[in-house]
Design a protein around this ligand. Structure first.
Ligand code: ZN
Length: 192
């Protein structure tokens, strides 16, 4: 499953994408969608999962929030995808130059604690923010992106329904980073 996504990404970044998302494709999969992957990604306009992994309609359950956060609504989607739709793969998809992660990094480094829902975003990402002053801005942002993907993977794996499906060998949870500059996906955390 993961191999199919990476093959699709290879087609995408080499300019040989196969799925143009035309209405024929949509109609073909309208009756019986068989999603293979729940993708937990960011709202970023440069990171649409079906396009960057060159997948047809009906293939990816797409859940996108700024900085791919987990909250009750997200966890309900995870539960539904695993227990009812029986997806064999969950991918947490972080990406290069993530505005949500950069916002959380900057707030954390300044010691700011925004009120309300943006505070929630910062608190969710803050534990993954490198605080080493010797790192460059890019290194800090990139470290936070990778750390936050790992943290969300751990959060998903901690869901009891997920843990059970993983233990039964029915499900894998992987972490992937997408580079917006080159259009290339990189496996950060093997599915388990
Ligand atoms: Zn983002």
């Amino acid at each position: 499953m993961l191999a199919r996504l990476f093959e699709g990404n290879r087609r995408f970044f080499s300019g040989a994408a196969r799925h143009g998302h035309d209405v024929t494709d949509a109609r073909r999969r309208a009756e019986k969608p068989t999603p293979s992957t729940l993708m937990i990604g960011c709202i970023d306009s440069r990171v649409p999962p079906e396009a960057i992994f060159d997948q047809p309609f009906g293939e990816i359950l797409s859940m996108r929030t700024a900085g791919h956060l987990l909250d009750r609504a997200a966890l309900a989607s995870v539960e539904l995808a695993v227990s009812r739709m029986r997806v064999p793969l969950i991918v947490v998809l972080g990406h290069e130059n993530c505005a949500a992660v950069e916002y959380a990094v900057d707030a954390t480094h300044r010691g700011e604690h925004p009120d309300g829902v943006l505070g929630y975003l910062v608190r969710q990402i803050a534990p993954s923010v490198p605080m080493d002053e010797a790192l460059s801005g890019t290194q800090t942002y990139e470290g936070a992106v990778r750390g936050h993907v790992a943290s969300v993977v751990a959060g998903v794996r901690a869901v009891p329904t997920v843990a059970e499906a993983v233990a039964d060998g029915r499900l894998g949870v992987a972490g992937v980073r997408y580079g917006v500059t080159y259009g290339r996906a990189e496996l950060l955390i093997e599915p388990a």
